[in-house]
Design a protein around this ligand. Structure first.
Ligand SMILES: Nc1ncnc2c1ncn2[C@@H]1O[C@H](COP(=O)(O)OP(=O)(O)OP(=O)(O)O)[C@@H](O)[C@H]1O
Length: 294
C-alpha cells in the first residue's frame, strides 16, 4: 500500500511494514471488586516480533496471567492499546490467530483425549483423515499415544496439561500463548516438552508468549525474558538471552556456562540487583517471591 506525500509522489505507508506479532502500548488493567479496585497492570509496553519467543517472569500476583488474558481477549484493558498481528485482540481471536495453553488445562470432560486435541481441527472442518493423523502425531509427541480414548478425569494433572499443549499446537498457530503450561509436569517430562516446544517453534516459525515461574525454563526457551515487578505489575526489565538462537538450542545448553550466566542475569534482575543487558523498563523488583530457581 502507498500514500501520497506532500509532493504528490507516493511513499510506502507505515502499514505496509510486517505487523508485529504482539504490541502492547501503555496497557493498564484495573479490576473492580466488591472490596475495591485492584491495579493489576500499569503502563505496560511490549513489542513481540514474529517468530520471537518471549517469556514473562515475576513474583506471584504481578500480572503475568492478566497480560496474557488481555492478549487473548479474555479480558479488556482499562487503558492503553493492544494488537495481535496488527489487529484488535478481538479480531485476532475470531480469526483464530493463536493457540492457548493455560495453567488450568481447560479440557472438555465429556470428550476423549483424542477428541479434545482434535477439537480446533474439527471446528475448522478439516477432514477426518487429516484430523486423525494430526491428533496421532500430537499425542505421540506429548507421550500420550496410549491414552487417546481416555477421558480427562482418568489422567493426572500433568497428563491433562500435556493434552492441552497438544491441542494448542493442533493447528500450528502462528502465535502461542502459554501460561505456565509445564507447571504440573515432572522435571524429566518438563525438559522434554521444552525441547519439543523449541523444535515445533523452529518448524512452524511460531511466535510464543510464555509465562513461567522457573528462571531456567525462561532462559532455556526464550529470545528475551521480560521481568515484571509486583503490583501494580510493570515491566522492570527486558533481558536479551545472549545464547545461540532458539532453534539451535539442545539439552547441552543446560550445562553451558552461557546458560548459567543468563540465569544469574534474570535472578539478579528479579532481586533488583541488575540492569545489565536490559533493554526496557525502569522499576526494580524487591523480591523474587513465587519464582523458582529450578
Ligand atoms: N478477575 C479478577 N478480579 C480481581 N482481581 C484480579 C482478577 N484477576 C487477577 N486479579 C488480581 O490481579 C493481580 C494480578 O493477577 P495475575 O493472576 O495476573 O498475577 P500473576 O502474576 O499471573 O500471578 P501468579 O504468578 O500467582 O499466577 C493479582 O492481585 C490478582 O489478585
Amino acid at each position: 500500500m502507498t500514500t501520497p506525500d506532500t509532493a504528490g509522489s507516493t511513499t510506502p505507508a507505515p502499514e505496509a511494514a510486517a505487523p508485529t506479532a504482539v504490541q502492547a502500548t501503555n496497557v493498564e488493567k484495573v479490576f473492580s471488586t466488591s472490596s475495591g479496585q485492584v491495579h493489576a497492570l500499569s503502563d505496560v509496553s511490549l513489542t513481540v516480533a514474529p517468530g520471537e519467543f518471549v517469556s514473562l517472569i515475576g513474583p506471584s500476583g504481578c500480572g503475568k496471567s492478566t497480560l496474557m488474558r488481555l492478549i487473548a481477549d479474555l479480558e479488556a484493558p482499562t487503558g492503553g492499546q493492544l494488537s495481535v498481528f496488527g489487529k484488535s485482540p478481538d479480531r485476532a481471536r475470531r480469526d483464530q490467530d493463536y493457540g492457548i495453553a493455560f495453567q488450568k488445562a481447560g479440557l472438555l470432560p465429556w470428550r476423549t483425549v483424542a477428541d479434545n486435541v482434535g477439537l480446533p481441527l474439527q471446528l475448522h472442518k478439516s477432514s477426518t483423515a487429516d484430523r486423525k493423523a494430526r491428533v496421532a502425531e500430537l499425542l505421540e509427541m506429548v507421550g500420550l499415544a496410549d491414552f487417546a480414548d481416555r477421558h480427562p478425569d482418568q489422567l493426572s494433572g500433568g497428563m491433562q496439561q500435556r493434552v492441552a499443549i497438544a491441542r494448542s499446537l493442533a493447528e500450528k498457530p502462528r502465535l502461542l500463548l502459554m501460561d505456565e503450561p509445564f507447571g504440573a509436569l515432572d522435571e524429566m517430562t518438563r525438559e522434554r516438552m521444552q525441547t519439543e516446544l523449541l523444535r515445533i517453534c523452529a518448524e512452524t516459525s511460531a511466535t510464543v508468549v510464555f509465562v513461567t515461574h522457573s528462571i531456567p525454563e525462561a532462559v532455556y526457551l526464550s529470545d528475551r525474558v521480560v521481568v515484571m515487578s509486583p503490583r501494580p505489575g510493570r515491566i522492570a526489565e527486558v533481558i536479551d538471552m545472549k545464547l545461540q538462537s532458539t532453534d539451535e538450542r539442545t539439552d547441552e545448553l543446560r550445562e553451558d556456562t552461557s546458560y548459567f550466566d543468563m540465569i544469574t542475569a534474570v535472578r539478579e534482575s528479579l532481586h533488583g540487583r541488575s540492569g545489565q543487558g536490559g533493554t526496557q523498563g525502569s522499576g526494580r523488583t524487591s523480591t523474587g517471591h513465587g519464582v523458582e530457581n529450578r
